[in-house]
Design a protein around this ligand. Structure first.
Ligand code: MG
Ligand code: ZN
Length: 227
């Protein structure tokens, strides 16, 4: 591939030594994700996977959704992080059950960890399960969890190229949230450009401009999910 900076060094398929990309692991994950989906469906639980980089606003979005939805649905949260339980504690303050999942060195949740977490929940006692993935925009795209919908959140503070640089994760999102629009001017980032990038990569997704901290846009996310 040629670019303005000359020849690009490009990894061939399978060339990078990365256990995560091993096809048998991905296949096993997909099978477990299907099992998770069947289990959720059996108990009438709708599950939504929320993905985005660290600091993009995943937890704040979840808290906003809980505030608006807890009168209508019985909600639980599965919260993935490498080692901390900070977010799970913040979420549990809203009076919903939050199961922390620590992945150690792994940079994504997988269907197996979700299966273990689901065993800790009384699925008959909930209607809506929000899953906060580990802060990362790369491999969660390859590890479906069995959720019914996927939200990807990106914040203007991450700069103008987060969407074009991570196309795969945005490709199968149902809702794309562009967060912290109140800081766009200070950051010199045009949220409309991010919106255009999102629409180009995934024309089927609903794209929402948001400020999750103030609550702007959360209603639109909920509506887009039909909740
Ligand atoms: Mg968080
Ligand atoms: Zn990973």
């Amino acid at each position: 591939m040629r670019s303005k900076v000359g020849e690009v060094v490009t990894a061939e398929e399978g060339e990078i030594y990365d256990i995560e990309l091993d096809e048998s692991i991905l296949k096993a994950n997909r099978r477990l994700a299907e099992e998770n989906r069947r289990l959720l469906d059996k108990h009438n639980v709708r599950a939504i996977d929320i993905m985005g980089a660290t600091g993009s606003g995943k937890t704040t979005l979840i808290e906003g959704m809980i505030r608006r939805l807890k009168g209508k649905y019985r909600i639980a949260v599965i919260k993935g992080d490498l080692t901390t339980t900070i977010d799970a504690e913040a979420i549990s303050r809203h009076g919903v059950e939050a199961i922390p999942v620590n992945t150690g060195k792994e940079c994504h949740l997988d269907a197996n960890l979700i299966q273990k977490a689901l065993k800790r929940l009384n699925l008959e006692g909930i209607d809506l399960l929000l899953i906060e993935n580990v802060g990362n925009l790369i491999c969660p795209a390859e590890f479906p969890l069995g959720s019914h919908n996927r939200i990807v959140i990106v914040s203007v503070t991450e700069g103008p190229y987060m969407i074009v640089k991570h196309p795969y994760i945005f490709m199968d999102a149902d809702v794309i949230v562009i967060n912290k629009v109140d800081l766009a001017e200070a950051m010199g980032v045009n949220p409309r450009r991010l919106m255009e990038d999102a629409r180009m990569i995934n024309p089927k997704a609903k794209v929402v401009l948001a400020c999750c901290r103030s609550g702007l846009g959360i209603g639109e996310v909920i509506e887009a999910l039909g909740l």
